[in-house]
Write a protein that binds this ligand. Sequence first.
Ligand code: SF4
Length: 320
Amino acid sequence: MTGILRLRHVEGELARASRLPMRVRQGPDGVHLFDRQSGLNVLLDEVEVPQVAWAQAPRQVSVALTNACDLDCPFCYAPKTASVLDAGRLRSWLDELDAGGCLGVGFGGGEPTLYRRLPQICRHAAERTGLAVTMTTHAHRWTPRLVDVLAGTVHFVRVSVDGVGATYETLRGRPFAELRDRIGLIAATFRVGVNCVVNAATLPELDAVADLAADAGAAELLLLLERPARGRSGGGPDVAEDLHAWIRAYRGTVRLALGEGDTGGLPIAVPLPGERGLRSYAHLDAAGTLRRTSYDSDGEPVDGRGLLAALDRLQQKEAA
Ligand code: SF4
């Protein structure tokens, strides 16, 4: 989520916000206004919203459209079983999320551009709902034609950039020069962010990744400590410590974000302290199972009762 402005301290933003067709979400922290085009958030935290009026849906839901991917990154934790979401069911779940006060969905996978119905699903979300549509992609399948097809229906594109030059090429198995070209292509039309998996190989290249993000006009650099997967041990405490030191020393212009649970003792902004856990975020996998995060093994299949019913069952399980 883009940083939230606390209205009482940023009065100038009120005039700007009042000119935008902002989406309204009510919750334990007050009234949250969000503009999906610009990513602007405004929180009216002096308003006390009764619990009965709180949004039912999570604030943000990531959706693995497909498990398919044409890359084979060594740290990939996406399931390797062949699964793909049915577009008709997905449309109805997006409608449910929209009605339940969700602010945005993040399409991923696998690689979301391998999902055959991607343009139709993005168009549905953009035109039939108020949801912000973001996408996480390795970028190598993007062409001018795909840009044209998705223009106006995707609000933010996150590109995975793990290190630069030979490090990137070793991890992703694709030419780094080609990645740079694709980022330029995407950034000419969409608001972009950069995601970087941080491990012992990419850590020394964070300055270069941050420079690349700044050159591309990225709004955010999301740093994701590598998780244990596929026999690899993940980033580990030493990498986490060095990452935190790098963040403390960072003076660049691109806003930084960290994966949930990776913040350690860093002084981070928690703009919505009342919206934690499933109230804030949920993940729908490519088999149609709703989970707390993409790393969680426990989940609830979304059946004919709908996505919010699955969310309710998951919340009850967590509370038990
Ligand atoms: S691009 Fe993403 S989904 Fe594909 S193999 Fe790499 S980490 Fe996994």
